[in-house]
Design a protein around this ligand. Structure first.
Ligand SMILES: *Cc1c(COP(=O)(O)O)cnc(C)c1O
Length: 234
């Protein structure tokens, strides 16, 4: 099943409406929750359809795909990397992404730092720490009990600006909710320790975003509900 450009636009508006509704139910203001369309595996024609209705930021999870789409679509579009970033691709990714939501190791932090320092970038790169809230299901992410010590070590990287936490929740709705609650609690602990900061909580995907918003999400990452099912990976 492929989804037409018109449908992609309609889906975006529908999902934004559902995000706003979830905000209302949670007693939150809709402008506290960003909707990040996740365009991985989908063609640039669909991304263009969303650019036409005012979207300017897209999530991708593979460096190569992000770079080639960025090259094709040119300036005026910002890219957020939400998938695992290998250290040896850090330099390539750093040249394109406006935010990394999946920082999960100090070796990666140091590779990014080196590249950003040598590029003499003035604005630090916005990063979120990926936290593994789903146990063995995920290979990626800092373990919850390591988050305090991991984040304390990021002060050594002045070209990185840690803004919050990100997680990919367990597919089971009950366990996902527990993960969202755990992530929000960790964020509160960081804010207490550091006297503020850590505003961003990136959590919630197509099947679980209302629950994530109820638990304080500030960014929902939506692929399938906007673009339709992903064509299988090539
Ligand atoms: C693919 C992906 C998403 C979007 O998932 P959907 O279920 O299609 O909405 C969100 N976050 C990450 C990290 C992803 O890799």
């Amino acid at each position: 099943m492929t989804v037409s450009d018109q449908q992609v636009q309609d889906n975006y508006h529908r999902v934004r409406g559902l995000v706003d509704l979830a905000c209302e139910r949670a007693g939150r203001s809709p402008d506290q929750v960003a909707l990040l369309p996740v365009s991985k595996f989908h063609p640039t024609s669909m991304i263009r359809a969303l650019i036409e209705i005012g979207c300017g930021v897209f999530g991708e999870n593979r460096v190569q795909e992000m770079v080639s789409k960025a090259t094709e679509l040119g300036a005026g579009v910002a890219w957020v990397l939400i998938g695992h970033l290998q250290r040896n691709k850090a330099a390539q990714a750093a040249g394109v992404m406006s935010q990394l939501q999946s920082l999960d190791s100090l070796t990666l932090a140091s590779a990014l730092e080196r590249r950003l320092a040598s590029a003499q970038t003035d604005t630090p790169l916005s990063v979120l720490i990926e936290v593994n809230t789903s146990g063995e299901l995920s290979k990626w992410g800092v373990q919850p009990d390591q988050v305090m010590s991991f984040t304390a070590q990021l002060a050594a990287f002045p070209h990185l600006a840690p803004r919050g936490l990100m997680t990919v929740a367990h597919p089971d709705p009950g366990l996902a909710e527990q993960g969202f609650a755990d992530l929000a609690l960790l964020r509160d602990q960081l804010r207490t320790r550091d006297g503020g900061g850590w505003e961003e909580l990136s959590m919630g995907m197509s099947h679980d975003f209302p629950a994530a918003i109820a638990h304080g999400s500030t960014c929902v990452r939506i692929g399938t509900a906007i673009f339709g099912p992903r064509p299988s990976a090539v």
